[in-house]
Design a protein around this ligand. Sequence first.
Ligand code: PBG
Length: 321
Amino acid sequence: MRRNRRTPWLRRLVQENQLSVDDLIWPIFVVDGENQRQPIPSMPGVDRLSVDLVADAVGGAVDLGIPVVALFPYTDPDLKTPDGREALNPENLVCRATRAVRDSGIDVGVLCDVALDPYNSDGHDGLVADGIILNDETVEILSQQALVQAEAGCDIMAPSDMMDGRVAAIRSALDGKGFQDVAVMSYAAKYASAFYGPFRDAVGATGALKGDKKTYQMDPGNTDEALREVAMDISEGADMVMVKPGLPYLDVVQRVKQSFGMPTFAYNVSGEYAMLRGAGDQGWIDYDKTVLEMLTGFKRAGADGILTYHAVDAAKLLKSG
Ligand code: PBG
């Protein structure tokens, strides 16, 4: 076996899976104000950016070859309500940031989450009544949220809410308003995970969240169920599917890719970022090398792309060889 590992050119020749900058989607957190760059304590190296800084940051990422950015809002607590109505405000942070990217003329894909948790005073992805997350009422609002985001110029809607039937509803709402070209990347198999902790800090949902999300997000012990979730979203019109979190669920990524052959994405979530970054900052691991090795693992599992907070670092590392 060692004959094929003897030299760098041989190793390149026989390499089976390769990470490319084309595989990376970079999530960006947006905050109100001007010239704001707010560090997120649980995600060292990741800042919330005000809208005026977003296009510049996106431009830098695109110069490195990153094809898509994902925009997430840190919503002012005063704007959070039980009905999450700020989600439908065409002037909300995500819409303003999307428009700023569109107005800049940068050739980049913009992906936006569809879910209520950044806007809901209970911190949940849907409407809450007596502690129950209402499915169909939520789906109705999510469809409107998708329209508001499409009007702002979003290319890919990513419903992350895990309500039943939302992909079909969003697809039909988009088609009904002439947004046939707007794609849906569904968070199809999304688990109720503790790895989302730093993200909830980043969007200011940590203190807000009442209870947990186990009545809509999946049980970490299940994989057959993930395949049923994915099959449903595909039948409802999803163009691309996602598994989330990533690292602890690469078996799910592999099964989804092998079962459906769909464009399959994995979300290398905030807690996974924090683990690597934290250990790297302590000098306990080599951050640069582990980032590339880890992202290559996603490719080996079958992911076509990866949403990752390491995207810019990884793109630079790939460029420098
Ligand atoms: C919101 C949403 C979450 C993430 C992406 N969209 C958090 C959650 O479901 O509580 C997590 C991303 C991350 O941890 O990086 N529905």
